[in-house]
Design a protein around this ligand. Structure first.
Ligand code: FE2
Length: 449
């Protein structure tokens, strides 16, 4: 369909619908704006016309939250700018029939609420055809970051918006059914001091830059010795922005974890450890709008420590736990040695989990993809550790061990770490993945971000 056919179709639909029952979650929208902007930010809104979803109530709430607002003004040369406004200043109708401020000054908003005719899962927007917003965003983004929020009715979503190089993706779209797209970040095994230092140093910024909503890391090699995790490191990782920590075969290598894990809801061990074991392998956690995300930690059977059959465990799990019934999204960390077992688990969960990602080998595989029924998958996330090493451990000592020469117990390399993982776009309605990107940042591996 061409842009003009889509416009006609959606505008007709919007005109004929009874729109009173459609309500945007304003506190959610405001919390997203606050999270993604510095203090004392300004928001650009729009004056709704032609059955557009109204943002006036949102703008009023923003003022109540001491957030400054502004509205667009179009000049004769079709140049658009935002002018400050506060509901008490007069407006006049412009040549497009849209009310705009007359007596105020130009401001550069930090975030704008963008009107739209249609949008797609990649958050491309179809506007009214004038190109005002695309030109304005391009102009501002040369110097300033601008956070763009589309608000729309859910029926305005289409499969694919036809785009050209001038079209700008929105940062987020919110409909009456809530946020359309979520960003989940999974980081592979954090190894030793080097891995922990890099997570602490870079994760807070990555969360802001990539608009990450939820972070899971595998922390089973995070202790200074490269095996297990301590209570102190667990707390540090949470402070850096990690929401849930998964583990694997080394989970008990720091003895304190045997008691600490029962007190820490957000620290998981593999679900299929020999029964009974302290802790738990599955948890359900809150996303910022109250939606639920499940995190399941499993461990493979091939070349791994003795544990219960992982496929039987996964089957039992899926009998009781259903996507969109027990939780809105599900992330599965499969801690295993061999690729075939990981891939089989990926397909086993296809359509029933948002993401299945492997951990344990400490080498990122290049096979990130969305499987046939919508589950994002990568065989191994790789590690967060120093790659000038043998899977995170001192390379000379490792070589000597293979040579059966004098060597010590393995110990972590302590050079600069690479952060390795995946970022998944997930969709509200079905809890499945729209997209998965592998993520490699810093250290000895080639950056992909
Ligand atoms: Fe492991």
């Amino acid at each position: 369909m061409t842009k003009s056919t889509i416009r006609k179709k959606i505008l007709k639909l919007r005109k004929n619908k009874n729109l009173k029952k459609y309500k945007i979650d304003i506190p959610l929208l405001i919390s997203i704006l606050k999270k993604n902007n510095k203090k004392n930010f300004t928001v650009g809104g729009y004056y709704p016309v032609n059955n557009e979803i109204s943002d006036l109530e949102i703008l009023r709430e923003l003022i109540k939250n001491n957030i400054k607002i502004s509205l667009p003004v179009i000049r004769k040369n079709k140049d658009m700018n935002f002018y400050s406004w506060s509901f008490v200043e007069p407006l006049k109708i412009n040549s497009y029939g849209i009310p705009e401020p007359i007596k105020s000054k130009i401001v550069i908003p930090d975030a704008i609420i963008v009107p739209l005719v249609a949008f797609d899962n990649n958050l491309f927007r179809l506007g009214y055809g004038g190109g005002f917003y695309d030109r304005y965003i391009a102009k501002i983004q040369k110097k300033n970051q601008i956070f763009t929020v589309g608000i729309a009715y859910s029926f305005q979503r289409i499969n694919k918006v036809p785009v050209n190089k001038y079209d700008k993706k929105l940062n987020v779209v919110i409909t009456e059914k809530n946020i359309i797209k979520w960003e989940f970040f999974f980081l592979g095994d954090v190894v030793g001091r080097s891995g922990c230092t890099a997570v602490k140093k870079y994760l807070p910024n990555i969360i802001i830059e990539k608009k990450i909503d939820f972070v899971v890391v595998n922390g089973e090699n995070a202790a200074n010795e490269g095996v297990g995790i301590t209570e102190e490191i667990t707390k540090d990782l949470f402070k850096s922005g990690v929401d849930v920590i998964t583990t694997g075969n080394h989970v008990w290598d720091q003895k304190e974890t045997l008691t600490h894990i029962d007190k820490e809801e957000k620290l998981l061990r593999p679900q299929n450890l020999i029964h009974p074991s302290p802790g738990k392998g599955f948890g359900i956690y809150n996303l910022k709008n109250g939606m639920k995300i499940g995190v399941l930690n499993l461990m493979g059977n091939v070349f791994m420590k003795n544990c219960e059959d992982v496929f039987i465990c996964a089957s039992k799990f899926l009998e009781k736990n259903i996507l969109k019934k027990n939780y809105d999204f599900l992330v599965v960390d499969f801690h295993g040695e061999i690729t075939s077992e990981k891939m089989a688990i990926g397909h086993f969960f296809d359509g029933k989990a948002t993401l299945v990602v492997g951990t344990h080998t400490h080498v990122p595989t290049h096979d990130a993809r969305v499987l046939i029924s919508g589950t994002a998958y990568q065989t191994d996330a790789g590690m967060c550790g120093d790659y000038n090493s043998v899977i995170g451990m001192d390379k000379n000592n490792s070589i000597n061990r293979f040579l059966k020469k004098n060597s010590k117990k393995h110990y972590p390399a302590e050079g600069e770490a690479s952060l390795c993982g995946v970022i998944v776009d997930a969709i509200n309605e079905n809890g499945l993945a729209n997209k998965i990107d592998h993520f490699i940042f810093g250290g000895h591996l080639k950056n992909t971000n």
